[in-house]
Every structure is written in structure tokens, then in C-alpha cells.
Design a protein around this ligand. Sequence first.
Ligand SMILES: Nc1nc2c(c(=O)[nH]1)N[C@H]1C(S)=C(S)[C@@H](COP(=O)(O)O)O[C@H]1N2
Ligand SMILES: [Mo]
Length: 321
Amino acid sequence: MLPIRDRGFAHPIASEITPHDAFREGRRRLLASAAALALPAHAAAAGPGKRTPLAATRSNVAGAVVMDRPTSYADITGYNNFYEFGTDKGDPARHAAALRTRPWTVTVEGEVRRGATFDLDRLLALAPMEERIYRLRCVEGWSMVIPWIGYSLAELVRRVEPTGNARYVQFVTLADGAQMPGLRSSVLDWPYVEGLRLDEAMHPLALLAFGLYGEVLPNQNGAPLRLVVPWKYGFKSTKSIVRIRFVERQPPTSWSRAAPQEYGFYANVNPQVDHPRWSQADERRIGEDGLFARRRPTLMFNGYAAQVASLYAGMDLRRAF
Ligand SMILES: Nc1nc2c(c(=O)[nH]1)N[C@H]1C(S)=C(S)[C@@H](COP(=O)(O)O)O[C@H]1N2
Ligand SMILES: [Mo]
């Protein structure tokens, strides 16, 4: 059996990306963002409604605001991975407008004393909204810099009071075939699931995000709430969460289920451990286009080593990839 069920939908193989493909892709993206700009402002964001402001104050969590120039709104909202809406980078922007993000609830269950089903409004009011500017590094070899709005996942974790048995946290995305055309493909098992160790989930940089660029999250970026774990590859950052489960054993995750030798549970950004089919040593910053654009070196833990390296003290990160 192939490690990935449908290679046509898999993350690309680096050696297959020719300069010509890179040029074509750049041009396609240019055209796509030009098309987005030509639309009225509200049409560029998904969702039946308009772009809605979301107030926040600058975070003072250590490492929460990187100095890199943020990627453009058009790229952040037009070049996405959200396989529930299709595997092409433009599919989420095209198809996620149909996603109904209200009413919306998140059920928190498992090894917690205060499990509950939270309404979105309760989650929005749970803790002060902070703006955080994080790097996001996709395992495919590209990166962005995104001004998120949200609060530390730890705020929610503390309120539900994990029991002594809670060692991991699983995150579950909505799986509604009526709203998500990508579910017709078996590229991944649905619902999309991801997980963190409890201490990772409690790290102040692990963000529950509700917005970006001063506004409510566009649907294609994981509305109405998503996880953002900046020191891990993008695929850990579960979108459109409906369920958070505290468990004793390491939970299955969608990507490692699809291709266990390629995607591990930890998925920490690590330039020294290549994906079996392509290098992780450097990256293309989205927006820095053109054949001669320089690739940037990928940093250990995506540049967040000072904040998170201690979580992995004593672990062999080649084995726990
Ligand atoms: N539910 C769900 N969450 C997901 C994905 C997905 O396909 N489905 N893709 C992941 C991957 S591979 C990346 S790189 C990021 C992309 O986030 P962005 O599109 O908001 O930049 O979302 C992650 N979260
Ligand atoms: Mo990704």
C-alpha cells in the first residue's frame, strides 16, 4: 500500500517541482490575488458576511511578536491548506464561504473535571484577545508570517481542569460533507484530528486563534477558531475545531495516520530532520516570489527554540519527529 492513499493529493515531492512549475505557480498565485483584489473587499474574505473587526491588544508573551514583515492579507487568505475544502491552495478561499460558523460550539471532554460544551460567544469572552505575529512553516517548504488574534490555549485548559490522567490533548475539526466538498476525497481520514502533549498545550505560545489582521478569521483560515502552534509544522494547527479531548494515551493524528513514516506526532520544525521525500533545511517565504528569490534557512523550532526547546529536553528528535 502506498504511504499516501492518493498521491495526486499528497504534499508535493520537492524534486518534482521544476523551475517552470515554480514560475507557473507564482503566476497562478499572482492572478489569483489580482482576482481577489478586483472583488469587493468583503468577497475576498470567506463567509456569507463582511469582514468583521476583532479588537485585540499586543501580546507580551515571550516570543509572541516576531519582527519579520507580515505576509500580505491576500496571500494569507488565498494560499491555504484546508483539505476539507479541496487540496488545491486556492480551494479553501473558493469553497469555504459556504461554511456556517454560527451557531458554533466546542465540546471539551475526556480527562477533565469541568468538561462542557462551549458556545462560541463564551469562548470569545473567555480571555482577553491578543495580537501575536507568528511564523508559520508548512512541511511542504513554504512559510508565512501571520498577525493572529486570540489567546493562549492554556486559558481554556486551566478552566476545564484536566485530571491527573490527562497527558495529551486531541483536537477535532468539523466534518460536514454538506458544507465541505473535500470530504468526498479519501486523501485523509475525516474528521481531521491532531494532538499535543499536555505540556505543549499549556505552553503560552500555543494559541487559540479567532482572528487575523485585526478581523474575525476568514473561513479558509479555520473559522471560527483554530489552533496555532508556531514551533511545529503547519499541519498541527487544527482548523475549525468542534471538539477538544483530554486523553491518557498519545492520540492518533490525521497526517501520521495517512503516512506514519512521513509525519510524526511531534512535527516540531527541525531543519536537521528531513521529510523522507524532501529537505526541511530551508523555505520559501510566500510573497517573496520570482525565480531568483532567495530561500530562507529554516530555523530550529521555527525560531522559537528559546521558548520551547526545554519541552523536549532529553528526547531524540530524530525518532520523535
Ligand atoms: N482541519 C484542517 N486543519 C488544517 C489543515 C487541513 O487540511 N484541515 N491543514 C493544515 C496545514 S498542512 C497547514 S500548513 C495549515 C495552514 O493554515 P493556513 O491555511 O491558515 O495558513 O493549516 C493546518 N490545519
Ligand atoms: Mo502544511
